[in-house]
Ligand binder design. Sequence first.
Ligand SMILES: *Cc1c(COP(=O)(O)O)cnc(C)c1O
Length: 364
Amino acid sequence: MAGPKAHNWIAGMAPYVPGKAKVEGVASPVKLSSNECVYGASPRALEAFKQSADTLLRYPEADSAELRQAIAGVYGLDAERIVCGAGSDDLLTLLIHSYAGPGDEVIYSQYGFMVYPVQTKAVGATGVPVPNKNWAADVDGILGAVTDKTKLVFIDNPNNPTGAYLPWSEIERLHAGLPEEVLLVLDAAYAECVTAADYKAGEEMVERAGNVIMTRTFSKMYALAGLRVGWGYGAPEIIDILNRVRMPFNVCLPGQPAAIAAVRDTAHLAASVAFNKEWRDALTAGLSALGLDVVESQTNFVLVGFPQEGAFDAAAANAFLSKNGYIVRALPSLPHHLRISIGTAEQNRAVIALLTEFMNGSPE
Ligand SMILES: *Cc1c(COP(=O)(O)O)cnc(C)c1O
């Protein structure tokens, strides 16, 4: 048929399949499949959001200047090196679109955030997945995969969907081994909930290196996923590129004051982080006690491995949870695992109780 033709590399792409939000026959299922933060946003952020209703006829501030100032103030950063986006997905996507194209290579971990392979395909570049090591990124594997076609290296640290992280010394080693022309993207979407002492998100490397950008989000521990606000901290040359290609009004009007209030409410964040750690530990202990293989997590979810064969496999567990109104994330790339986001205290207890019942049950 005649008609407009998209790039041929786009025709072969599959559309993104989000985490399920519905279960047939269950009125209001519990959704633990998208790593949303059920602890909730700062009440001050919600109040700022409501107040913005009066000014919705206006365009938002185009360069998110006040938000960048607020982030810079709280984290001790240079506001000029910050760029905000409609979620960090926006910035990750723009980075790939700005720095890679047909014939170029983009490196990421085999088990990692799916935006990297999807957007690499979208620009007609070649994705180079590198096997994980202990569920995190494998620095030696990545360095070994670099060629003269490599444009970007993505590290989701901590990793989604595994929850594992690389200590800062490993990030330093990776950066030291990369050519200056390769852009290192430190995707630190879960930075706020990391409690490991040897973790750093990347600010200090950004301030001394010309080829590094760190991305952050208000979607996870700040619990504002619905507003779509993220930010990047990078070398001035990289921020300049992003400012050229991004949409002029990329962060929505309610998103800016809400994110400002959220980032300034450090007490609320601390309480949320403490809650998250308490239940991350409890879920890890409770599910490990069932003989399940829980990957040690620094995030707001746990990746749980099930027996590979027999009646207690991940697919059966997923069906059992779903039947009981709990939606978790099944991953095509990890068929023996389920990714379970941390929920409310009651929901977490229910997940442990349901999986206990499942593992002790007789095969159907
Ligand atoms: C959730 C997530 C993001 C970002 O999400 P936004 O809502 O677009 O900010 C980025 N990277 C990883 C690894 C994530 O899990």
